[in-house]
Each structure stands twice: as C-alpha cells, then as structure tokens.
Design a protein around this ligand. Structure first.
Ligand code: PRP
Ligand code: URA
Length: 173
C-alpha cells in the first residue's frame, strides 16, 4: 500500500467507526505500541473532524520477549503503565497495524482490563494477514491479505519509520 492508499483506507475506517458507534461520544481509541499509536492518533483526528469533537486516545505498551520453552516462540507481555484516560464505561477501540496470531491482542485485552472495565471493546487493524491461533477477530479492517508462513507484512509509518508504506516481504531465515 502506498501513502495515499493508507490515507484513503483510514478515512474509510473512520467513517465505519462513526457509523457503527452512532457517533463518537463515548469512544476512546487505544493504540498498541508501536505502530498502533500513530494509527490511533490519526483516526482520532479523522473521527474528530467528521463529528466535530475531540476523541480520547491512549497507549498500551506491549513488549515481546523470547520464550524458548514455548512452542510458539514469542509471547507478548504487557508493560504496566497508564493508558492516558479513564477506560471505565467507555467504548474502546484497540488499534494495531497487523493482526496475525492474535496473541498481541489477547495480551492487550488483559492489560486493558487491568486499567478498568470498558463498556465494550472493538478491534481495528490496518492489515489482517490471517493465521490466527486464538479466537480473535477485528471489527474494522483496512485490508485482508492472504499470506504464507514465509511472508511478513511490514507496515511503515512516518511517525515511527520516517517512511509511509505497507509491504509484503519474504522472510529471510
Ligand atoms: O497477532 P500477533 O501474532 O501477535 O502479531 C501482530 C503483532 O506483531 C507486530 O508486532 P512486532 O512483534 O512485529 O513488533 P513491532 O512491529 O512493534 O516491531 C504487529 O505490530 C502486531 O502488534
Ligand atoms: O507479518 C507480520 C506478522 C506479525 N507482525 C507484523 O508486523 N507482520
């Protein structure tokens, strides 16, 4: 995806979020570090412009570590820290760049509920590449991409990577 394709996709997703939630009054957007954070910030701006309001955004910090005893290889862990606003009774939309096994989102849900009790939680991802290992699905999807287990989706955002594109690349062993 090019920068303009990413932008058009985010505009569409902003409208889908507003439509599905009947506005933005109770919404809070929570970006999963790292590339979920610019996603949440950009969508808050887009939704704010559509609804002429401000939308709360926050950050969940999730870091990966190698677990050599685990068959899956990597396991997401949650770094404790403030989200940035009170999540109690809010309609939360978790945001991340790529949805793959679903383990990051599972950990993010645990972290979110450690911070309070949202009224609802929805999930937005820019790319759904399949290969789920858990019963987790996104309500808002930028693009579904069929991938093999030798392929990797690389999302590059200006705010993090100083470039803007989404690439499908072959894994190098
Ligand atoms: O559904 P999952 O299998 O959990 O995979 C999805 C996660 O993987 C990526 O993070 P990555 O580990 O590549 O870290 P980074 O992009 O922040 O470097 C991506 O940003 C998602 O958070
Ligand atoms: O292909 C993948 C899988 C997980 N996370 C990514 O960023 N890309």
């Amino acid at each position: 995806m090019s920068a303009s394709e990413i932008e058009r996709t985010l505009v569409r997703l902003a409208h889908e979020i507003v439509e599905k939630n009947n506005g933005a009054a109770n919404l809070g957007l929570v970006g999963i570090k790292r590339r979920g954070v610019p996603l949440a910030e950009r969508l808050a701006k887009l939704i704010g412009a559509i609804e002429k309001t401000t939308v709360d955004t926050g950050v969940l910090d999730i870091s990966f570590y190698r677990d050599d005893l685990s068959t899956s290889g990597t396991r997401p862990t949650v770094t404790p820290g403030a989200i940035g606003f009170d999540v109690n009774d809010r309609d939360i939309i978790l945001m991340d760049d790529v949805l793959y096994t679903g383990r990051t989102i599972r950990a993010a849900l645990d972290a979110l509920f450690d911070h309070g009790r949202p009224r609802s939680v929805q999930l937005l991802v820019l790319i759904d590449r399949g290969w789920r290992e858990l019963p987790i699905e996104a309500q808002f999807i930028g693009r579904k991409v069929q991938t093999t287990d030798r392929e990797i989706i690389e999302v590059k955002f200006n705010e993090v990577d100083q470039q803007e594109q989404v690439l499908l690349v072959e894994r190098v062993d």
